[in-house]
Design a protein around this ligand. Structure first.
Ligand code: DC
Length: 222
């Protein structure tokens, strides 16, 4: 797509419940891209560290635990699922407990470093499995993971609208608190990187958001 990025990569960043996952899934279908939800990676890792009883504030224990973990990928349709020690994530990664802890673990630089190469490696997984490209969603995809991605989007929406969306999904989520923690951490904070396309989805439905993004991606794909 561009001279700096031979394999098409679409980066979507944004706060909790900003519409990243729904739009990324839809774009993956439309353009034959591998869908990678990095929030689910941080959730799975959080769940595993909680299970092992390793607190986010105990750096020596955290380092030791991270050093023992092995990450691999299983494809489910167009989605990449992260396995830790061969185990896929369970439903608990969407639990209140994980919602409450995930931003604390995600703020630790060692945790982010542990996932960095694995996340970048998903481009190779996509290539090997014959996908046309990759759509990756998270908080730092366009700023840290793939700063030279072909298309970089930043989604945001009014907090009340985002809370309504989570409620509709039947989830209890500390959206405002997670956004506050994710935006204020020193390492890879949630922010719209320079040059990314900023989309306010408050008054748009999913179809409209996806059409907007798809138009831009189609132009780049040529
Ligand atoms: O996308 P999500 O709400 O499921 O993400 C859960 C948490 O993971 C989010 O509050 C912050 C963290 N996260 C991150 O720090 N960096 C990413 N690229 C993706 C998620």
């Amino acid at each position: 797509m561009t001279t700096t990025s031979p394999f098409p990569i679409v980066a979507i960043d944004g706060g909790a419940a900003s519409g990243k996952s729904s739009s990324a899934r839809s774009l993956a279908e439309r353009f034959n891209l591998l869908h990678v939800d990095t929030g689910s990676f941080y959730r799975h890792l959080t769940s595993e560290l909680l299970r092992q009883g390793v607190p986010s504030g105990d750096l020596p224990a955290l380092r030791a635990a991270l050093g023992r973990l092995e990450f691999s990928t299983r494809l489910e349709g167009r989605s990449a699922r992260m396995l830790i020690g061969g185990r896929p994530a369970g439903e608990e990664i969407r639990s209140q407990n994980v919602n409450a802890h995930v931003s604390h673990y995600a703020a630790v630089p060692e945790v982010r470093t542990a996932l960095l190469a694995y996340q970048r490696g998903q481009a190779e997984v996509a290539r090997q499995h014959g996908f046309r490209g990759l759509v990756m969603e998270g908080r730092d995809i366009g700023s840290v993971i793939f700063p030279d991605a072909s298309c970089r989007f930043f989604l945001h929406a009014d907090p009340a609208e985002r809370a309504r969306r989570r409620e509709q999904e039947g989830q209890t989520d500390s959206i405002a608190e997670r956004d506050r923690l994710d935006s204020s951490r020193p390492t890879a904070p949630l922010t719209c990187p320079a040059g990314a396309i900023d989309i306010d989805s408050t008054c748009l439905n999913l179809g409209q958001v996806v059409d907007l993004m798809a138009g831009i991606i189609a132009e780049k794909l040529g």
